[in-house]
Write a protein that binds this ligand. Structure first.
Ligand code: THU
Length: 160
């Protein structure tokens, strides 16, 4: 028997001022996006912003549906749109935040399991790690490699 430990490292920031200009723009784009969320059922408005290797920033929001499972999270809306519009350009980073009860969330929200699967697929596809910024009112958590949020993941290698 061999014991294997898997470590996830996160970096916690108390201010947006600790980031460079590109990162600040990405974080702010995720915050601007929340106003475009379609979340009449949960009233939990999520904004995501994806930074591409060509400097382009694509944002997306959660899209809910009266048939609840038909809705989609902001992260996947943003990534799928980015990959549809720029299929050759690697995704470098994604910032996510949420606005509910008339304010930005106090604690950063982590992406759901399905979004993690999609983020990891995207970084496998472009062979470059995706940095994740989880943004709340006063705190930002950074994960430098999306795969650490979904270790032992299913990917293309199992299909061959
Ligand atoms: N949601 C996201 O868009 N991203 C997340 O990371 C967590 C949850 C959405 C799904 C649903 O529209 C609402 O937030 C409440 O779960």
């Amino acid at each position: 028997m061999k014991k294997v430990d898997i470590i996830t490292t996160t970096y916690e920031y108390d201010s947006i001022e600790e980031f460079n200009e590109v990162e600040k723009r990405l974080i702010n784009k995720s915050k601007e996006a929340v106003k475009n969320a379609y979340a009449p059922y949960s009233k939990f408005n999520v904004g995501a912003a994806v930074l591409l290797a060509n400097g382009e920033i694509i944002s997306g929001t959660n899209q809910e549906n009266a048939a609840y499972p038909s809705g989609l999270c902001a992260e996947r809306v943003a990534i799928f749109y980015a990959n549809s519009k720029f299929p050759e350009i690697p995704v470098k980073a994604i910032a996510v935040t949420a606005f509910t009860n008339n304010k930005f969330i106090e604690t950063p929200i982590p992406p759901c399991g399905s979004c993690r699967q999609v983020i990891v697929e995207t970084q496998t596809r472009f062979k470059t790690p995706i940095k994740i910024y989880l943004v709340s009112k006063n705190k930002i958590t950074v994960i430098e490699d999306a795969k650490t949020l979904l270790p032992i993941n299913f990917d293309e290698h199992f299909l061959t």
